[in-house]
Design a protein around this ligand. Structure first.
Ligand code: PEP
Ligand code: MG
Length: 325
C-alpha cells in the first residue's frame, strides 16, 4: 500500500471527470516539512504556529518566532504555506502564561479572542511572519473567528504592521492573502459578508463539528456520536462551498475529515477543490480522487440532501464508493 501511494506522488490530483484538486499538508513543526517532498503535496495548508509555543518552556521571543518561520519558508522551497496565528486557550494551555480559571475553556478566552485582547502578542507574531516572508508570498489565517468584525480588526493589525515595516525599509510580501478558519457556526450565517472580506476560508471541521453538535471533541463518549456525513453537517458544508464559489472566495478544508477518503469524496463532490490533511492521509485520498466522478457523487449528495429525513449519508456513500471502484 505504502509503495502504491509512493507511485502516486507525481501523478496530478485530478478526478476522473477532470476536477483539479489541491492537496496540501497540515504541519506544526519543522520536522513535518520533509513530508512535502515525500507526498508530493502542493504546500502546507495549515501550519499550526501554537505548537512552537506549546513545546517551549517560556514565551518564544519575536526572533525565535521569525527564526522558525524563516526555516519553514526555506524547507518549503517555494511551495505555499498558510500560517495560522496562535490558536491557544481551550485545551491548548501554555504553562508559562497566566491561565484564567474557566468553566468551559472550549468556549472561553482563546485563539483570536486572546489575540485581539492582547494585541501585543498577535502583532509580534504578525510582524515575525511578515519579516520572514520578505519578498515572498504569504498566507495568514485567523482561528476561531466568530464575527466579521473580529476579522476586520485582525486585518487592521496586519495593515499596521505592514505600514510599520515598510517605514523601516523592510521588504513586504510579494502577495499577502488573509483568511479565516470557519470553525464557529455563527460564521455560517455571515458567509456572504465574510467571503467578501477574506481572501480565503478554511473549514476547521474538528471544531465546527464540536460546536455544531455541542460535543466535546476530546470526550470519546460523545465525540463519535455524530457523523460528519450526516445531513446537517453536509448541508452546512454545501452552503459554504456554494456561497464561497459564488463570491469567488477560495474555500478549503483543513479539519480531519479532509483526510478521510469517504469524507474527502463528499467534500470534493460538494465543491471543495482544496483540502489539507496529515501526511499519512494524502496517499489514500489521492488514490480515491483519481477514481472519483465528482459530478455524479455531487448530484447524489444534493439529491439526498433535498429529501426529508435520513440522518447520515454514510451507508449510501460507502455503497456508491464500493460499486464505483
Ligand atoms: C479544526 O478545528 O478543524 C482545525 C483544523 O484546527 P485544530 O484541530 O487545530 O483546532
Ligand atoms: Mg480548530
Amino acid at each position: 500500500r505504502q509503495e502504491q501511494y509512493l507511485k502516486l506522488r507525481d501523478v496530478p490530483s485530478v478526478t476522473k471527470d477532470g476536477v483539479e484538486v489541491t492537496l496540501q499538508l497540515n504541519a506544526g513543526l519543522l520536522v513535518d516539512l520533509p513530508h512535502l517532498t515525500e507526498t508530493g503535496a502542493a504546500g502546507i495548508g495549515l501550519f499550526r504556529t501554537e505548537i512552537q509555543f506549546m513545546i517551549a518552556e517560556r514565551m518564544p521571543s519575536a526572533g525565535e518566532q521569525q527564526g522558525l518561520y524563516n526555516a519553514v519558508f526555506a524547507e518549503a522551497s517555494g511551495l505555499p504555506v498558510t500560517f495560522r496565528t496562535l490558536d491557544i486557550g481551550g485545551d491548548k494551555i501554555l504553562p508559562y502564561m497566566q491561565s484564567v480559571e474557566e468553566e468551559n475553556p472550549a468556549l472561553g478566552w482563546r485563539a483570536i479572542r486572546i489575540g485581539l485582547d492582547r494585541p501585543g502578542l498577535l502583532r509580534a507574531q504578525i510582524r515575525a511572519l511578515l519579516k520572514a516572508a520578505g519578498g515572498r508570498p504569504l498566507k495568514i489565517m485567523f482561528p476561531m473567528v466568530a464575527t466579521c468584525d473580529e476579522f476586520v480588526r485582525a486585518r487592521s493589525l496586519v495593515e499596521r504592521e505592514k505600514t510599520h515595516l515598510s517605514h523601516h525599509g523592510y521588504e513586504l510580501p510579494s502577495d499577502l492573502k488573509l483568511g479565516v478558519m470557519l470553525e464557529v457556526p455563527s460564521l455560517l450565517f455571515q458567509l456572504k459578508e465574510i467571503c467578501a472580506l477574506a481572501d480565503f476560508i478554511s473549514v476547521g471541521s474538528n471544531d465546527l463539528m464540536q460546536f455544531m453538535f455541542a460535543i466535546d471533541r476530546e470526550n470519546r463518549r460523545v465525540a463519535d456520536r455524530f457523523d460528519p456525513l450526516s445531513v446537517p453537517m453536509l448541508r452546512a458544508l454545501r452552503m459554504v462551498a456554494e456561497q464561497a464559489q459564488a463570491a469567488g472566495c477560495l474555500a478549503t478544508v483543513c479539519g480531519e475529515i479532509g483526510g478521510r477518503p469517504l469524507e474527502a469524496m463528499a467534500l470534493i463532490a460538494l465543491g471543495f477543490h482544496s483540502l489539507s490533511m496529515s501526511p499519512a492521509s494524502l496517499g489514500p485520498v489521492k488514490a480515491m480522487l483519481l477514481e472519483l466522478e465528482a459530478k455524479r457523487v455531487g448530484d447524489l449528495i444534493r439529491q439526498e440532501l433535498e429529501r426529508d429525513g435520513g440522518d447520515t449519508l454514510r451507508p449510501k456513500l460507502l455503497r456508491f464508493a464500493e460499486t464505483h471502484g
